[in-house]
Design a protein around this ligand. Structure first.
Ligand code: BEZ
Length: 395
């Protein structure tokens, strides 16, 4: 090495050292605040793909509105497609827990998959926020301080639709759904309220998830001629069911009621077949509140599409996480203080303000909605501040 190149190397070395020194000076702050790792486990394929997409968009919208940070911490996303397949759920959730080492799990849509997530979250003591799946056990026997839900228990919209159907004067009803936790538990909640209101469920019809071959079951409904039918379906399956019900001419003679998933995010695809359908749910598109109007405007501007209940639940999952993180100034290691703060929070949701029960489930108003055009329009409050009974939860 000649004298000139030695001098150049020396300059480069000292510049490098200076840069390293400057980086080191910043290092303590940066090292104390790595991003919060959020593991989104949602369906991107199958009958619930659209629902997963809306939850993802809602969650990210809230974070974006806070400048991309929660409690001053950057958010880093990890995403796994759970395919709404319970048989793959444990492997999928472990990709987020063990491989990606996430701080918080957010998921999912399908109750069977969410049950596996709740078990894995309990075993590994990972924080879990459920942004849709209603499996009653998650805030029942499987409840835990590290598990909360931004959505509903299956019992809730089932129960409130039972109240509605009894008020409408139906006496003999049939139910129809997929044979899995969400379908069966929603029907159970429906039957509880409907029979309390003086009605009788005369027959429950089921088919395997995500089967959409409804014809034989519709023929049975036509033969039995109940006063009305209650249905739980969602996503692509709900689109097909509502169209098939109308195509069979049943909508002219046998009123159809559903938990709101029957018509949420689906009205464009269902077209005329869904018009006038009455459902109950914890959200209605046209709630005339400043909070809902601002949310819907922000969602439409960001994504060039209208929000639905799934977007609201994703948005509120991020709000609940923020409530916990704000209480501990972003220090996610203070888990107990965080989860206690989440349970103390009043969530300023587009659906209306709600709180979480001790079991971690929303205590919320359930609305009667009517399908009009592409909106589920608010008609009345079916049940005020409905709390899931949290049967079997011991905290
Ligand atoms: C569930 O599996 O819990 C579910 C799926 C779609 C809509 C509502 C509930």
């Amino acid at each position: 090495m000649n004298a000139l190149s030695f001098a150049k190397a020396l300059v480069a070395l000292s510049a490098g050292l200076a840069a390293a020194g400057a980086a080191q000076a910043q290092a303590p702050a940066a090292a104390a605040q790595p991003p919060i790792k959020v593991g989104l486990m949602l369906p991107s394929t199958g009958t619930f793909a659209f629902l997963g997409e809306m939850i993802d968009k809602g969650f990210r919208l809230y974070v974006q509105e806070q400048g991309g940070k929660l409690a001053g911490r950057d958010i880093q996303y990890f995403r796994v497609d759970d395919e709404s397949d319970p048989s793959k759920a444990t492997d999928n959730v472990n990709k987020l827990i063990k491989r990606d080492n996430v701080d918080v799990l957010v998921g999912t849509v399908h109750s069977g998959v969410a049950l596996a997530m709740a078990r894995a979250a309990k075993e590994s003591n990972t924080l879990l926020i459920v942004p849709n799946a209603g499996a009653d056990a998650i805030t029942g026997p499987l409840c835990g301080p590290n598990i909360v839900r931004s959505s509903f228990s299956n019992w809730q919209p089932g129960y409130s639709t039972g109240v509605l159907a009894a008020q409408k004067g139906a006496k003999r009803m049939m139910t129809i759904t997929w044979n899995y936790a969400a379908g069966n538990e929603t029907v159970k909640g429906f039957t509880e309220a409907f029979e309390k209101g003086g009605g009788k469920v005369v027959k429950d019809l089921t088919l395997p998830f995500p089967n959409v071959e409804f014809q034989a079951l519709l023929t049975e409904i036509a033969a039995q001629k109940p006063d009305a039918v209650f249905a739980f379906f969602a996503g692509g399956g709900a689109v097909k069911f509502v169209k098939d019900y109308a195509a069979a001419g049943l909508n002219k003679t046998i009123p159809l009621y559903g938990s709101g998933f029957l018509t949420d995010g689906t009205l464009e695809a269902q077209g005329a077949a869904a018009q006038g359908l009455l459902t109950t749910l914890h959200y209605a598109d046209n709630l005339e509140t400043p909070r809902n109007n601002a949310f819907r405007k922000s969602f439409a501007l960001t994504y060039k599409q209208n929000a639905d209940v799934y977007a609201v639940q994703g948005y509120d999952a991020a709000q609940i996480l923020a409530a916990g993180l704000n209480a501990v100034k972003g220090d996610i290691t203070k888990r107990d203080a965080m989860t206690a703060a989440m349970r103390r929070a009043t969530v300023d949701s587009p659906r209306g303000k709600f709180t979480l029960s001790a079991a971690g489930n929303p205590v919320q108003d359930m609305y009667v909605r009517e399908a009009r055009g592409v909106n589920n329009e608010f008609r009345s409050v079916a049940v005020k501040a409905l709390a899931d009974p949290a049967r079997g939860c011991r905290l």
